[in-house]
Write a protein that binds this ligand. Structure first.
Ligand SMILES: Cc1cc2nc3c(=O)[nH]c(=O)nc-3n(C[C@H](O)[C@H](O)[C@H](O)COP(=O)(O)OP(=O)(O)OC[C@H]3O[C@@H](n4cnc5c(N)ncnc54)[C@H](O)[C@@H]3O)c2cc1C
Length: 433
């Protein structure tokens, strides 16, 4: 029978950060079901290529976590200036669309600028997050920008009715420009500084997986290939597949919250009902190794219905070391509401789309491919989420358990935030031991 002070479910960035903060202070077991650490921040090798789970770029905002991440990477990190674009009406224009309409046909530009100014004149720029996305975007960004980019792009990404999607997630992710920036971006200079990701970091070698690999080194309590099948928080015991029971005093969960509650034997009915109301989409990523690519672009957004994907990027423009000499690598993302994707026909449609926008000349350029599936990719900000989370978290508090990370906390967040939450969860636990 195994006993530990702290059981951590998951060895992604949140679990690794929690483990690193407990190392040498408490006995802990970080159980990761895969045979590699990193969760979504892992990098896989296929042939002579290294592929991430789509673009995974480091947006560093907080001093403590920035320092920890950069120290872990020990100089294996480049700082890059974003080159992101949007492909609309058969033209490329820089991202963000709302502040860079210069590449659009005159009629579209006029519709977007006049719609924005009309919305701006009507006042009330912010919202409290409860407004639906379809209403918010029309009210704040205007009819044109909404029709040509915001509505079709977000419908493709979220795979959820935008009339029911709330807007708590918008503030950091959807830049709202000033009127002069919209006019300048349409008729004058390119607007570069808007959005959360104008500058980002990425490992020079090893893909984003270099970060979790570095964090995992020296973690005495990390165990790979251990899947937590069930937990009983009241009794302080977890059952691990092919391993048996593990007794713990405190628990930190980083696995998807809905699945975790399903596995919690002692969760009361109202907590189960709350978890059953949570929704997420699924993302399929086609990674391609490609010869003879000319573009310097980092990634592009594709709102048009003629493209099955919402975003496509060129990972070798973050790091040349991801592909052999003379080759580039693409990642192309398709979201679904959970229905299985027919990979063969999706691939045909993707190649057609890449050729239509000029990123690829011929399918014969493709020399390697790897499909990756992210079953729980973006948590859905539906009305039910706001009501369900307090019910679940209040119960977890009574059991002295914490659920953190992008999926444990059920939010739209980034790698750095998972690291931050891992550190904070461990610190909280040590303080109140
Ligand atoms: C398409 C996409 C693109 C993204 N791009 C970026 C980006 O550019 N920049 C950025 O900063 N962030 C990005 N993110 C977000 C980023 O991936 C996450 O914020 C971060 O990796 C989450 O780390 P985590 O540890 O919270 O969760 P995870 O990485 O999901 O880790 C959870 C771990 O728990 C394990 N696990 C689950 N169930 C069990 C179980 N029962 N027993 C044992 N182990 C279990 C899983 O295998 C996994 O390793 C992106 C996400 C997606 C979906």
């Amino acid at each position: 029978m195994l006993k530990t002070d702290v059981l951590i479910i998951g060895g992604g960035l949140a679990g690794l950060a929690a483990g690193s903060a407990l190392e040498g202070k408490k006995d802990y077991l970080a159980a990761e079901r895969e045979h590699r650490p990193g969760g979504l921040a892992a990098t896989l090798t296929k042939g002579r290529f290294r592929f991430d789970y789509s673009g995974h770029l480091l947006h560093l905002r907080w001093p403590k976590t920035s320092k920890l991440i950069l120290a872990a990477l020990r100089g294996n990190c480049a700082r890059l200036r974003r080159d992101a674009r949007v492909y609309v009406h058969k033209s490329w224009t820089p991202y963000p669309f709302q502040a860079n309409l210069s590449g659009m046909p005159d009629k579209v530009k006029a519709e977007c600028v006049s719609g924005f100014l009309k919305a701006y004149k009507a006042g009330v720029r912010t919202g409290d997050g409860t407004e639906t996305f379809s209403r918010w975007t029309r009210r704040v960004l205007g009819g044109g920008i909404s029709r040509h980019f915001m509505l079709p792009y977000n419908a493709k990404l979220w795979q959820y009715p935008l009339e029911r999607l709330t807007t708590e997630w918008c503030a950091p992710f959807v830049p709202v420009p000033k009127p002069e920036e919209v006019i300048e971006g349409a008729y004058g200079r390119r607007s570069e500084g808007l959005g959360y990701n104008t500058v980002f970091h990425y490992p020079k070698r090893g893909g984003i997986g270099a970060l979790p690999n570095a964090l995992a080194r020296g973690l005495g309590g990390l165990r790979l290939g251990l899947e937590v099948e069930s937990v009983n928080l009241k009794k302080g015991v977890a059952n691990i597949r092919h391993f048996g029971p593990v007794y713990f005093r405190r628990l930190i969960n980083t696995s998807p919250l809905d699945e975790f509650i399903e596995r919690a034997e002692d969760a009361p009915a109202e907590v189960r009902r709350a978890a059953a109301r949570l929704r997420h989409n699924t993302v399929y990523v086609l990674n391609l190794g490609v010869r003879g690519v000319k573009s310097d672009m980092h990634w592009g957004y594709f709102p048009g219905a003629e493209f099955p994907f919402y975003r496509a990027g060129i990972a070798t423009n973050f790091s040349r070391a991801l592909a052999p000499r003379g080759c580039a690598s693409f990642y192309i993302e398709i979201a679904t509401a959970g229905t299985p994707l027919d990979l063969a026909s999706a691939e045909t449609a993707i190649l057609k789309g890449l050729k239509a926008c000029g990123l690829l000349k011929s399918s014969s350029q493709v020399v390697e491919k790897l499909w990756l599936k992210i079953p729980c990719a973006y948590v859905i900000y539906n009305r039910e989420r706001a009501g369900a989370l307090p019910v679940i978290f209040d119960w977890l508090k009574t059991r002295k358990a914490q659920s953190i990370g992008r999926y444990g906390a059920w939010k739209y967040s980034f790698m750095e935030e998972s690291v931050k939450e891992g550190l904070e969860a461990a610190e909280k636990l040590l303080k109140r031991w």
